[in-house]
Design a protein around this ligand. Structure first.
Ligand code: C2E
Ligand code: CA
Ligand code: CA
Length: 536
């Protein structure tokens, strides 16, 4: 049940529906197209076949008429041997003609070039051949069932006629327009409407779906009708159907691949990926020690987030904090970091009441009163006292809701939490915020620390800031201190706290805890009273 509900989430159902649509539409479209294609092809096929059949019949007649006319011109009109010879020769050289006979005035054959025993012949129809003066066209049936066409004309002299016999089969289409065996029904009629012959033993049932093609011979008046069933036309397009199925199969495969890749799309959606990382506990706290530059003692640490990817790579906050802020994930991320610090460093910090722990708080977190409760709840369950907590207002954009921000800051201060302004002297973290927000600590940006001693103006600004801070009873922390010379200068300026690579870089939890133990070991009595788990 749980599995089913996981598979059939709204998003999945939507994806399935979209998939069906994506596969279904081309399938239906292809079917639709195939139907139309078969309709067009079927009609083309029967029309072409009908025209070809007419042309075939015409060419048979042309050849036969020419043969008889030549014989008549040579004066062939009797059964005498030289006439029979001429008839034999002509029958042999004229393709469609199987036999040539001399027909008497009563219509009976007097002699034939073949000299074969004559089967009974029955004349079924007889009519003048349309389009050719003096010619007759007979349909004759043999006792064997075979049909023959007979073309007749008067001999040049005397009462006899010359007749040529052509098998009915030669008038009928034998191959399809595509070159394959002829598989449709074909009927061919004389100008007077007598049937010369038909192809296909079983004529197709008359349905509207069948394709019917007709053609007439302008020369001799024959007309041809071709009927092809839809099934036949469809069978002729099996290649196409396979192609369609293959094409659709390929399409389904492509879509399926896409569907499989869909869940991984999150990898290309940075906000979703960051959320996943947060839930997976990949956003971890690092601790940069803050040192008292007069005594050399540890005053505390600033928590700096790192994205530790499963493959071990460490991503710096500069590349994901702006996204966390714009996507709204920053609140959840900050709360998670505070909880993690409570678990990881809570005992070590809690046992050293003089130590402070700073968290970077995006400006907009101060614009919502809910954060007051969040901070109280998170630290009330840990060894860290609220008076040890410092929240650094890290402002990228100007503060939108100034009044609300001030109130939240005041409420947090009321709980004992101290508020710092980060990066003072840069961006929006100017003097006005320092004065109006009523903060406890100012953090002097690395940019000014670097300039002290080298740039007169910067030194003056820092001096002024430090004076102002001290007058307002604010603490000053110098950031990004890299050299001992800088430490000397800062000391001269009356600054007490500093952080930077000269002391330590941001450290992973275990390293930071070791450093804390080394620099600021607890008195033996305190260690004795610690529960075992906390010492470990
Ligand atoms: P930041 O709050 O000004 O933090 C100080 C930055 O300076 C840190 O960079 C730190 O690693 C670096 N730094 C410290 N000492 C030195 C030094 O001696 N020399 C130099 N060159 N750099 C030093 P990091 O860790 O990359 O953090 C960058 C910024 O990301 C932070 O600047 C802060 O604005 C933001 N950030 C980090 N963690 C969080 C967080 O949990 N929440 C929020 N909202 N912002 C965070
Ligand atoms: Ca900071
Ligand atoms: Ca800073």
């Amino acid at each position: 049940m749980a599995l089913l509900s996981r598979v059939f989430t709204r998003r999945n159902l939507f994806a399935i529906a979209a998939g069906i649509l994506l596969v279904g539409v081309p399938l239906v479209a292809f079917d639709f197209w195939l139907e139309g294609f078969i309709d067009r092809q079927g009609q083309v096929e029967v029309d072409t076949s009908a025209r070809r059949a007419v042309a075939l019949a015409e060419s048979r007649v042309v050849q036969t008429v020419k043969a008889l006319d030549t014989l008549a011109a040579r004066g062939v009109d009797s059964c005498q041997p030289d006439h029979l010879d001429a008839m034999r020769q002509t029958a042999f050289t004229t393709v469609p003609t199987k036999e040539i006979t001399i027909v008497g005035p009563d219509g009976r054959s007097l002699c034939t070039d073949l000299d074969l025993g004559r089967a009974e012949r029955k004349t079924i129809s007889s009519e003048p051949l349309a389009g050719v003066e003096g010619y007759f066209f007979d349909v004759v049936q043999l006792t064997t069932g075979q049909q023959l066409m007979r073309l007749r004309r008067a001999a040049a002299n005397g009462p006899n006629q010359l007749a040529a016999w052509v098998p009915a089969g030669l008038f009928k289409p034998q191959i399809s327009s595509e070159g394959g065996p002829f598989s449709a029904m074909a009927r061919i009629h004389t100008a007077a409407g007598h049937e010369i012959g038909s192809v296909s033993a079983r004529p197709p049932e008359a349905t509207v779906a069948n394709f019917v093609g007709r053609a007439n011979s302008d020369k001799y008046g024959f007309n041809v009708e071709i009927v092809m069933t839809r099934e036949r036309a469809l069978a002729g397009q099996t290649d196409l159907k396979w192609l369609g199925m293959f094409g659709t199969g390929a399409l389904v495969l492509i879509l399926a691949t896409f569907a499989l890749l869909l869940p991984r799309r999150d990898a290309n959606n940075p906000a979703a990926e960051l959320q996943r990382a947060l839930r997976a506990g990949e956003l971890v706290p690092y601790y940069q020690p803050i040192v008292d530059i007069r005594s050399g003692q540890l005053r505390g640490a600033e928590v700096l987030v790192r994205w530790r990817k499963p493959d071990g790579t460490l991503v710096m906050p500069g590349s994901f904090i702006p996204l966390a802020e714009s996507s709204g994930l920053i609140l959840e991320m900050t709360r998670d970091l505070m909880r993690r610090v409570c678990v990881e460093a809570g005992p070590a910090i809690g046992l050293r009441p003089g130590m402070k722990i700073s968290f970077n708080f995006a400006g907009k977190l101060f614009a919502n009163k809910a954060i007051i409760k969040d901070v109280r709840n998170i630290f009330s369950g840990s060894q860290i006292n609220l008076s040890q907590v410092v929240l650094e207002l890290t402002e990228r954009d100007p503060i939108e809701n100034f009044t609300e921000t001030r109130q939240v800051i005041a409420a947090l201060q009321g709980m004992g939490v101290r508020i710092a302004i980060d990066d003072v002297g840069t961006g929006h973290s100017g003097l006005s915020y320092m004065l109006k927000l009523g903060v406890d600590i100012i953090k002097i940006d690395k940019m000014f620390v670097d300039a002290i001693g080298t740039d007169r103006n910067s030194s003056t600004i820092v001096e002024t800031l430090v004076d102002l801070a001290h007058n307002m009873r604010m603490d000053v922390v110098a950031e990004g201190v890299e050299t001992f010379e800088q430490v000397v200068h800062l000391r001269e300026l009356g600054i007490r706290s500093a952080q930077g690579y000269v002391f330590a870089p941001p450290l992973p939890g275990s390293a930071f805890l070791q450093l804390v133990e080394a620099i600021d070991p607890l008195p033996a009595t305190v260690v004795d009273t610690l529960p075992q788990a906390e010492v470990a």
